[in-house]
Design a protein around this ligand. Structure first.
Ligand SMILES: C[S@@+](CC[C@H](N)C(=O)[O-])C[C@H]1O[C@@H](n2cnc3c(N)ncnc32)[C@H](O)[C@@H]1O
Length: 247
């Protein structure tokens, strides 16, 4: 069954907003952390899972041997493919909730930035990540911190810079409607607890190598004092997982 991706409707707006380097959250918090967790990927085959407008794919393609840029949104894949391609990038429209159209052991690394929270089923996606990774392959994932989501259970009561009020239980696994792009669009987040994520990683056959909670650096906070309050609670999680060898 074909699934409808709400990102199609806001794809151009999203691309105009994020551009080639992403917003402040990406530039100062997410991307430096992902870069460190990825390490050296020269000559490797990478999957950018949920690539959006593809700016990470283009960055990876500068040194990787091969990059597959994959997203459920046909419009975003079209936008990604229309940009200047600096290397070997293949563009694929596919849904991370379903079986992935890649052979077993296709990739050395999977990168997925700010996508996991949109997936109604995490387990099936992680099993597919494990299947398409080579033995000892790594998955580097960043997504919205579940603690942060607990402050957004009642839309309209908190903005991305605060004030933050815990209006519902962190332990309620609910779908949360959240405004994005300065209120111009709404997205659905599937809230899970931290333990839910860690349990899913293990069940899919991954070993957790590193977990980080990146926050806004002091240099940015001095420039943008409005972000001081958002820095009081964890905004993001990032992990490096390694595919366990089955004896
Ligand atoms: C916040 S954007 C992040 C895009 C990109 N990784 C970045 O950092 O700019 C979330 C992306 O996840 C994609 N997405 C959401 N659900 C998906 C699914 N089930 N399968 C594949 N992609 C999905 C959306 O189309 C969108 O491009």
């Amino acid at each position: 069954m074909e699934t409808v991706n709400p990102w199609d409707a806001i794809a151009q707006l999203y691309h105009d907003f994020e551009g080639e380097s992403g917003d402040a959250l990406r530039q100062f918090v997410v991307d430096p952390c992902l870069q460190e967790l990825l390490g050296d990927y020269q000559g490797l085959a990478l999957l950018d899972a949920g690539c959006g407008n593809g700016y990470w794919s283009r960055r990876l393609a500068l040194t990787a041997k091969q990059v597959v840029a994959m997203d459920a949104s046909a419009t975003l894949i079209g936008i990604a493919a229309a940009q200047v391609n600096p290397g070997h990038i293949r563009f694929v429209q596919a849904d991370l909730s379903l079986s992935l159209p890649f052979a077993d052991s296709s990739f050395d690394r999977i990168l997925s930035s700010l996508v996991l929270q949109y997936l109604p089923s995490l387990d099936s996606c992680l099993r597919e990540f494990a299947r398409v990774l080579k033995p000892d392959g790594t998955a580097v994932l960043a997504w919205q911190h579940p603690f942060y989501e607990a402050y957004f259970h009642r839309p309209g009561e908190a903005s991305s810079t605060g004030p933050f009020v815990a209006t519902a239980s962190y332990f309620d696994r609910v779908a949360i409607q959240q405004k994005i792009m300065r209120g111009q669009a709404t997205e659905t987040i599937y809230h899970r607890t931290l333990a839910d994520y860690l349990t899913s990683f293990g069940a899919a056959g991954f070993q957790l190598q590193e977990l980080r909670e990146p926050s806004y650096p002091d240099a940015l906070l001095q420039q943008m004092p409005g972000y001081q309050q958002v820095n009081h609670i964890p905004r993001l999680l990032a992990v490096r997982l390694v595919k366990r060898q089955i004896p």
